[in-house]
Design a protein around this ligand. Structure first.
Ligand SMILES: *[C@@H]1O[C@H](CO)[C@@H](O)[C@H](O)[C@H]1NC(C)=O
Ligand SMILES: *[C@@H]1O[C@H](CO)[C@@H](O)[C@H](O)[C@H]1NC(C)=O
Ligand SMILES: *[C@@H]1O[C@H](CO)[C@@H](O)[C@H](O)[C@H]1NC(C)=O
Ligand SMILES: *[C@@H]1O[C@H](CO)[C@@H](O)[C@H](O)[C@H]1NC(C)=O
Ligand SMILES: *[C@@H]1O[C@H](CO)[C@@H](O)[C@H](O)[C@H]1NC(C)=O
Ligand SMILES: *[C@@H]1O[C@H](CO)[C@@H](O)[C@H](O)[C@H]1NC(C)=O
Ligand SMILES: CC(=O)N[C@H]1CO[C@H](CO)[C@@H](O)[C@@H]1O
Length: 818
């Protein structure tokens, strides 16, 4: 009897523990249901390969502190399966470890398997070897493609299941995605598109993952797939089925940067406005794309012409620092929304339109604390709205949140969070000399310049991704021919980009680089053909392959098809396109792994050259002290790739210059559209700072930086710096508290500006008003100087009386951290 009793106890405990750890995820037309409860889920994208495993716990922790419930990521096929059936899940490709870090932090995960990802990722995540499969047509009703897609998708699902990472197994994954933004381009696939999407849905269902599947930007997604929205705003979006909740998979927090364009920004107020409107209109799951953008390390992370930085103006910056005010302003929004979560998902919806774009939305119900929004969608006209006997000031393009329908706790345009301006500080490694000392070696090109047989040959000019298998950015096209006499001719090469370096008989005859948006160009150079054997060697370089559009995988790169002509007297064209071309994949230095700094490699310390193309440079340096993010300044270099201790930092190209479009002063009062205004860096180099994650560095030992310089550069100004908070500012209404923090180990050394009254202007350019308190600066200096953080209440009791009559009073402060 006692025996049986304890058996029952054990059994009950076992069942309880199973129930406690297993999470059911379902949905109705109103919301996502977690363990049967309707929920709102605030999620943010962090792509694991765009940071390091050492950074993950801190990024996820900051996301959780910022009020997120979930982390979302794509899965990157070409990174995981670079060679058919040879997989890589190591280091920053350790998907399982990433999901487990999310679980350890107590957050949910959303996994967008794709396997097509877009994501400004090389080739949209497709492995180059797919192109070698006979009959292959991607993203359509094509058996070879569907077989490979199913094989990879199944592999990922099995891996997640084996590790118990799905919610019903006790894991954190609550949603998964199949395909990606196919609806945007499916008209390019004709009738087959419909069959393909049906197949995707059935295939996904057959994997039996126990959580809902989503399809973003797929208006005709078949049930039970939930179609979801991507964009800057999603309040007007409606799912295609009454039983599908409203889910926003990509709310763009900013935008990515191209080499020759300025840095895009999206004001925190505008992101907050979009999120508040989404939840005001029955939203249930929303995801920030990106919450942390990170870095395009290595080759395959960066899509066409995308900089190595994938900062995205996200709430966490490229290095993982909190970006203020965006992070804090959204955190306050999440807190306000969470207070009224029950009302939002269980309450009755009642919305009333007032004049000029003002709208009051109430969520009310029996036994539920009500929740309200007052939104002003008028882009120019501020509003004062009377509601239940009170006046609410709701600026143009903003939403006020009233969690109990009584008091405004948040307005999307009223930012109470500090602004932090990051600065770079010279490395403070012990005894680090001012200038690094360099050694060098040439890229060994003799064989490729003089009739090498290469890796293979063909009687045609191949597309570069086919020729190189995407194993390198570089592919040599080499042709040898006899000529009966000396002759001046013109070499003409039509290429689809992105870079061409041409050589005749070992001499460099010219280089050309494509401009963004139009990668095809025709290279021409005068050449001296000699009697006897001649060698034409063309080194073609890519900067990430196409990743978007119908049949994007067919967009050619390299000297695909050419033609290549030698043009002689009287314009006589000799077509070399169908001659025998020998191909060499990659650089000799890549074959020999020069970037690994093998002890046997020969380096020269004498006459370190400047502006010499095709040159390897090497230096050693000490790791900067402290824990702040490390960056290397590559200004002066031309174009190439950088490695630290064998870790690829990505492509560098500081000689590109950002155009002059969109760098107007970004003031939310002017309601700028995120993708054409609010840019910075016009006329400046595309990117000079490159992230060196701390985990790439060795403390107390020499670290090695190796550069492959393709275009010609000057390494003598290269230096290492750390990223720190330089200036902090804030501007709050009377009665609110302003908190200033140096966000690290530094302290406030000086208060440069303080005004309690009617100050004007923005951080960096505040100006005193006409009726400021005389003692505010002194009081704030006392409260803040010498502290890592301080909080000041904008009240006369603390800061002295302002003499402002009948006008709003506010507090503005600007301080320096050091
Ligand atoms: C929100 O859902 C309610 C039903 O609960 C519906 O009547 C209303 O039209 C929805 N509002 C929007 C903006 O979708
Ligand atoms: C909806 O809200 C408006 C404005 O608050 C109110 O006048 C109206 O009575 C409400 N309707 C319902 C059905 O609750
Ligand atoms: C915004 O306000 C102006 C009046 O200043 C009005 O003419 C316009 O129609 C309003 N816009 C909307 C969307 O209501
Ligand atoms: C190409 O040939 C070189 C030797 O010339 C070899 O080291 C390299 O691995 C080959 N690359 C490929 C992709 O086969
Ligand atoms: C692309 O650029 C080339 C010159 O580099 C020009 O001839 C061609 O017209 C451009 N094509 C498009 C579509 O802009
Ligand atoms: C806002 O826009 C107006 C006109 O478009 C311009 O004159 C003004 O300088 C802008 N204000 C700011 C702060 O950018
Ligand atoms: C895909 C998508 O939804 N794109 C939208 C993103 O937001 C911009 C600006 O609101 C819209 O113009 C796009 O249609």
């Amino acid at each position: 009897m006692a025996m049986a009793k304890s058996l029952v106890v054990v059994l009950v405990l076992f069942l309880l523990s199973f129930l406690a750890y297993s999470t059911t995820v379902s949905h109705d037309g109103r919301a996502l249901l977690i363990n049967g409860q309707r929920r709102i889920i605030i999620s943010g994208s962090i792509h694991y390969p765009r940071s390091t495993p050492e950074m993950w716990p801190e990024l996820i922790k900051k996301a959780k502190e910022g009020g997120l419930d979930a982390i979302e990521t794509y899965v990157f096929w070409n990174a995981h399966e670079p060679v058919k059936r040879q997989y890589n899940f190591e280091g920053n490709l350790d998907l399982v470890r990433f999901i487990k870090e999310i679980q350890n932090a107590g957050l949910y995960a959303i996994v967008r398997i794709g396997p097509y990802v877009c994501a400004e990722w090389d080739y949209g995540g497709f492995p180059a070897w797919l192109r070698q499969i006979p009959g292959m047509e991607m993203r359509t009703d094509n058996k070879p493609f569907k077989d490979e897609m199913q094989t990879f998708t199944t592999l990922i699902v099995d891996m997640l299941k084996k590790e118990n990472l799905l919610a019903p197994q006790g894991g954190p994954i609550i949603l998964s995605q199949i395909e990606n933004e196919y609806g945007n381009i499916q008209s390019g696939y004709g009738a087959a598109a419909k069959n393909y999407i049906e197949w995707c849905a059935n295939m996904a269902q057959s994997l039996d993952i126990g959580v809902p599947w989503i399809m973003c930007q797929q208006a005709d997604a078949p049930q039970p797939m939930i179609n979801t929205c991507n964009g800057f705003y999603c309040h007007d979006f409606q799912p295609n089925n009454a039983n599908s909740p409203k889910i926003w998979t990509e709310n763009w927090t900013g935008w990515f940067k191209d080499w020759d364009k300025p840095d895009p920004h999206r004001p925190a107020e505008d992101v907050a406005y979009a999120v508040a409107r989404f939840f005001e209109t029955n939203g249930t799951v929303q995801n920030y794309y990106m919450y942390h953008g990170g870095t395009n390390f290595g080759r395959t992370s960066g899509g066409p012409y995308i900089t190595t930085s994938y900062d995205y103006d996200a709430p966490l910056d490229e290095y993982g620092n909190i970006r203020q005010p965006k992070w804090g302003h959204l955190k306050a929004l999440h807190a306000a929304l969470k207070i009224m979560e029950k009302a939002l998902v269980y309450g009755n919806y009642n919305s009333t339109q007032l004049e000029n774009g003002v709208q009051i939305t109430e969520f009310t119900g029996k036994g539920i604390t009500p929740g309200c929004f007052i939104s002003n969608s008028n882009t120019t006209l501020d509003a004062t709205v009377k509601y239940h006997g009170q006046n609410y000031f709701v600026p143009a393009s903003s939403v006020s949140i009233l969690p109990e329908c009584k008091e405004e706790v948040y307005n999307t345009a009223k930012v109470n969070t500090q602004t932090s301006i990051m600065v770079k500080k010279r490395s403070q490694a012990e005894d680090e000399p001012e200038e690094l000392s360099w050694s060098w070696r040439p890229e060994e090109m003799t064989s490729t310049l003089k009739g090498a047989l290469g890796n293979f040959s063909d009687h045609k000019l191949l597309d570069q991704i086919i020729g190189s298998g995407d194993k390198s950015d570089y592919l040599w096209y080499m042709n040898t021919f006899d000529h009966p006499y000396d002759m001046d001719m013109t070499l003409q090469v039509a290429t689809q980009g992105h870079v061409l370096h041409a050589f005749l008989n070992g001499d460099h005859v010219g280089s050309q680089y494509a401009a963004d948006g139009n990668f095809s160009f025709t290279f021409e150079a005068g050449v001296k053909i000699k009697k006897g054997k001649n060698y034409i060697s063309l080194l073609s370089g890519t900067i990430g392959h196409a990743n978007y559009g119908a049949r994007f995988e067919l967009v050619p790169t390299g000297i695909a098809g050419g033609p290549v002509f030698l043009i002689g007297d009287g314009g006589m064209k000799h077509d070399l396109s169908s001659e025998l071309w020998a191909y060499k994949v990659g650089l000799n230095g890549e074959d020999n792994e020069i970037y690994m700094d093998n002890p046997n490699d020969k380096w020269y310390t004498d006459s370190v050259p400047s502006m010499r193309p095709f040159t390897w440079y090497k230096t050693t340096f000490k790791a900067p002290l402290g824990t702040e993010a490390v960056v290397v300044n590559l200004e002066g270099m031309g174009k190439g790739v950088a490695w630290v201790n064998g870790n690829n930092l990505g492509r560098y190209w500081p000689t590109t210059i950002a155009n002059n479009q969109g760098c107007e002063l970004c003031d939310y009062d002017n309601h700028t559209v995120p993708d054409d205004h609010c840019r910075t860096g016009c006329g400046e180099p595309g990117q000079i700072w490159y992230h060196v994650p701390r985990s790439f560095l060795k403390e107390g030992e020499p670290n090695t930086l190796i550069l492959f310089e393709e275009a010609g550069g000057e390494p003598f100004n290269v230096n290492f710096q750390t990223m720190v908070v330089g200036t902090v500012c804030g501007h709050v209404e009377e009665g609110k508290t302003l908190t200033l923090s140096c966000q690290g180990t530094r302290t406030i050394s000086n208060v440069e500006f303080a005004s309690f009254g009617n100050p004007v202007g923005m951080c960096g350019a505040f100006q005193k008003g006409t009726c400021d308190s005389q003692i505010a600066l002194d009081a704030i200096q006392k409260a803040c100087v010498g502290k890592m953080a301080c909080s000041i209440k904008g009240s006369a009791r603390v800061l002295g009386d302002s003499e402002c009559k009948n006008m709003p009073v506010s507090l503005a402060v600007q301080a320096v951290c050091s």
